[in-house]
Structures are given as C-alpha cells and as structure tokens.
Design a protein around this ligand. Structure first.
Ligand code: GRF
Length: 214
C-alpha cells in the first residue's frame, strides 16, 4: 500500500512530463497561480525538443529539461537519466501529461505511487497511444478520460478518476480531432481537480483502489 500525506507547510512539488502541446500542463500552471491550490510546478521534463509544452513552461519561468531516448545508448540509460532529472527536483508528485513514453523500472522504483498519468479514454478500454481513435473505430457511444497512477503496464495503473464524453455522429469526419478536443476540455479540469486534491488531502493506494484523504 502506498500512502502520501501532504507536507505541512508548503505546496506539493510537481514535476510535469510532456511530449506535445502541453495544454494539460498549462491548466496546471494556471491552477498553481493560486496558492490555495496547494501545489507548484517545480520543473517540466520532455522527451523531445521544440514542443509547445516546453515553451509554456519557459514562459511561466519553470525550469525545463529534455531527456530524449535517442540521446542515450539504450532504454535503460534513458530510464536512469529521466529518473535522475526528475529526482533532482524532489517532487511529491510526478504528472505525466501527454508524455508519450513508457517509464522504465528505475523510474518506477523511485516514483511508483507518486506518478499520475492522464489518458484520453475510459480505461481499461482503449489503452495505448491511440485511445481516441480506437474508441471511435470500435463504435463506442461514450468515451472520455482517465487519471490514474502509473505502474509497469501501458495505462494499467490504479484509477483515480474518470470523465465521460459522448461520441457524436459526426466524429468520424475528422478522424477524431474534434472528439479529442472535447475530451481534452474535460481532461484538463479533471487533472487539475485531482492533482490538487492529491496534494492537499493526501491519498492511499490499496491494491487497485485509490482513496483520497489521509
Ligand atoms: C491528452 O489528451 C493526453 O491524454 C494524451 O495526449 C493529450 C496531450 O495533450 N496522451 P496536451 O499536450 O496536454 O495538450
């Protein structure tokens, strides 16, 4: 069982992992502007350069790092480098917000139970990199987003919260882009709400069950 009790005093330290546009990161940055939120983004780490997510962090004055797989000899070396980079900021929580890499065993040994991911589908349906497209192709009538703790699997960790989004008839037309945008609107507010609650209230993980509050 993993237990996190909020640190008193002071905001929880968040390291956010990104790979893309970083709109979830932006929502967190906006939320943390209010000290009552109970958390601050102390660093943003990406697996690639030249992304809007890094620009958003820089604009907010948050330190950034790029830890790209291709810069390392193998996946294990990347895993160790990612772990060291994140660990240097002593985070209370790590938030994988559109980070398109599976973290490795060294990272999990250090941060499992403290790493939250957001996924654009209702897990355990449609895990993996194409959750929106896969739900659409399957003919699902509702889909949504899942905020969950990260474990060694692909989007398999204990679920913290989910948001539901209806699939509309026209959603096939653009390959799921509009559906993904509707999901992301729900996803951002869910992520902000859950990360804030984890930080302020603490939590415990009992098997697959996540209980908020210490
Ligand atoms: C989110 O929908 C996330 O769940 C998925 O990619 C999207 C990232 O969006 N894996 P952004 O980079 O936060 O704008």
């Amino acid at each position: 069982m993993a237990v996190y009790a909020p640190r008193i005093p002071g905001p929880a330290r968040l390291v956010v992992l990104v790979s893309g546009s970083g709109s979830n990161l932006q929502a967190l940055l906006d939320a943390t502007a209010d000290t009552a939120y109970g958390a601050e983004v102390v660093a943003v780490v990406a697996d690639r350069d030249g992304i809007l997510g890094l620009e958003r962090a820089e604009k907010a004055g948050v330190p950034t790092h790029v830890v790209a797989v291709k810069a390392y000899e193998d996946r294990a070396a990347w895993d160790a480098a990612l772990t060291d980079t994140v660990a240097a900021y002593q985070p209370d929580l790590v938030v994988s917000a559109g980070f398109m890499k599976i973290v490795g065993p060294v990272f999990l040994a250090r941060f499992e139970g403290r790493t939250v991911n957001t996924h654009p589908a209702l897990l355990p349906s449609f895990p993996g990199a194409h959750g929106v497209r896969d739900a659409l192709a399957y003919g699902a009538k509702v889909t949504g987003c899942t905020v969950h703790f990260v474990d060694a699997g692909v989007d398999t960790g204990p679920i913290i919260a989910q948001g539901v989004v209806a699939v509309e008839d026209g959603d096939d037309a653009d390959g799921g882009d509009a559906l993904h945008e509707r999901i992301k609107t729900v996803e951002r507010s869910l992520l902000v709400d859950i990360v804030g609650r984890l930080a302020r209230e603490g939590y415990r993980i009992e098997g697959r069950k996540v209980r908020l509050g210490s």
